[in-house]
Design a protein. Sequence first.
Length: 204
Amino acid sequence: MISQLSGAVAALGPNWAVVDVSGVGFKVACTPATAAGLRPGEQCLLLTTLIVREDALTLYGFAEASERAAFDLLLTASGVGPKLALAAISVLNPAELVGAIQQDNVAALVKVPGIGRKGAEKIIVELRDKVAILAADLEPVAPPATDSSSELWREQVASGLEGLGWSSKDADAAVEKVAPLVDDDPRVSLGRLMKAALQSLARS
């Protein structure tokens, strides 16, 4: 079991990173918030969960223990796979997830792409007695400055949203909604753009 990776960030996307560990590059899927806290070429430490499938071995990386705990807990709910669990903690941080489950807040859970009302109700029932293991708060990760002056950010944000489960139509619409942020500050971070896009989709 690979429980953490420590090394230099070799490559970075809106919801993934490649960590160079002694010359071996490990690609990990992660939330936009975790990706926003990384910088290519700099050292990082990611807590990880390894998902083993017949056709693939996939690593999921987290900046905080509470984020990984939320991911692992969601996987214990029937019908929740790693892609859906990652989308859930991308939309809701651990504290928000705990609150949604404890308060029977179905509306909060259905903001996650792939979770409908019945699925949300099922998650609440199955995890209500288990959410106490999660930390009450999650320290915010300061996003690094990223040059967003080119149009590359559009592709990165859209790709990240599609990777979390939204349709290309929804992703393109969200990209247009956050475009004014780039006009106001060409060096706005990719993490902030992803967060704003996620918020716009949650409101729609």
